[in-house]
Design a protein around this ligand. Sequence first.
Ligand code: 8YV
Length: 331
Amino acid sequence: MTKKRPLVVVTRKLPDLIETRMRELFDTRLNDDDRPMSQSDLAEAMRVADVLVPTVTDRIDSGLIAQAGEQMKLIANFGNGVDNVDVTSALRRGITVTNTPGVLTEDTADMTMALIMAVARRITEGARVVTDGDWAGWSPTWMLGRRITGKRLGIVGMGRIGTALARRAKAFGLSIHYHNRRRVDPATEEQLEATYWDSLDQMLARMDIVSVNCPHTPATYHLLSARRLKYLRPTAIIVNTARGEIIDENALTRMLEAGEIAGAGLDVFEHEPAVSPKLLKLAKAGRVTLLPHMGSATVEGRIDMGEKVIVNIKTFMDGHRPPDRVLPSML
Ligand code: 8YV
């Protein structure tokens, strides 16, 4: 007798290569038109599926998990961050959760560096002047940004992505500072010539550039609160390629409007995909660069993420512990 193939529901369109492989391995239900599923679509999927493959655009909360059918056993998140999934409720209900770590580190670090450059050197602003046909010619005092080399970069969250950013930033001549729950190993610190700050407040007060690279968890929600953001220097810029919820976006916007901070580069927002009109206005004025959550958006990265999802499902279905199991203690 052949073993029944698991029913795998994938909530968004994935690369063709991944979808083809999934169809070969599992009884797979795909989302060809890529429209985000509603909460009731997700509830229905969880009632019938053995495995759900959600993305950052799906909110798998305790209410949904409570409605899951008995057969639902695995949430194989297509993404590194799992703040879209209530991991504790899932585990309590006997559902394993996995993610896709490691394969989007370099791409996200690249995009973080790109945002630092974009804001400091006014790249999006300059590109717009030319594209709009508004360039009247070169001038020695026009379109001046700020030099990167020799400045201090403060990395909030020195995990995989933070470390990959530090390597890049060092090559650009930035001095590396970081705040993390735990100090990184001495060899890495030495290699990066990185300075550890136990106090985030004190680090913020001394940086030229701050980059947010920690996961979004209950402990990091509004880690950069209105109170903390006040420590930033008026010449400082801040970039965020992690999660919008880590920064108090309203407080940051108010400071940008008041000129209490020089600029921001944001790839993520507190209420994605909504972006506040005030931030849009600041972007039009050239003070901030805004991107649509594309930090890990490369062809190679998405395929690697899909392959991780497949390995996690396959391993789990074969009765073993999946390589990228997420536990609440990791959050
Ligand atoms: C992904 C991300 O595109 O993996 C993450 O945590 O933030 C993104 O880069 C997204 O999560 C896919 O679900």
